[in-house]
Design a protein around this ligand. Sequence first.
Ligand code: SF4
Length: 224
Amino acid sequence: MSEKITLDGGKVLAILRNTVRVEREQFVVSVAEDEGPFAVLVGIILSQNTNDKNAIEALRRLRERIGLTPEAIAKANVEVLEEAIRPAGLYKQKAHTIIALARELLARGGESYLVEAPVEELRDFLSSIRGIGPKTIDVFLASVRGVPVFAVDTHAFRIAKRWGLVRTRNYREASEALLRFFGPENALEAHRLLIAFGRSYCKAKNPRCTECPLAAYCPSARPE
Ligand code: SF4
């Protein structure tokens, strides 16, 4: 495939806004927002390699059984924590990451570090914790810190490839391509719209090309 989608990012954004709904309760970040930045970050970690529904359930159980503060997590019994987050999958690995994050945050003054640290310092800090990668960091920076970065989840990656915007599996290249396409001011909204669009139209298996509002402009549109 050599072509790219034949619309600019602004027009695609307008079509996405008119086509898909971003339901707050379907995004773990939105569900966790009222609980503070640490809860949001934990929610993003829980959503790795699973869907938001499972992550939301794991977050709810974690809130009920332990709490969503670094103080509560840092002193939690590991087995209890693992059992609480089991619905999110990879629960042993994620428990390790969440506990390490809580302890390292407490060593830096607590949860407030997540909102007060300079962005690049925070990026370095988060990167140093095993189990926290660039996508998790970008979702957090865009959602909580308002940083104009494009977080590329599995839906955004798949759609960007189908649109011909990216040709590799390189995360940073995909993130920059989508940021250029949609514009930094639209990055967070476009990120969420792409997830909703990927869930409803541009699915991994059997994309609904015949009903897709972008089919006339998409180089990967499957014929009827
Ligand atoms: S036409 Fe098909 S491949 Fe292209 S964006 Fe729509 S659903 Fe995805």
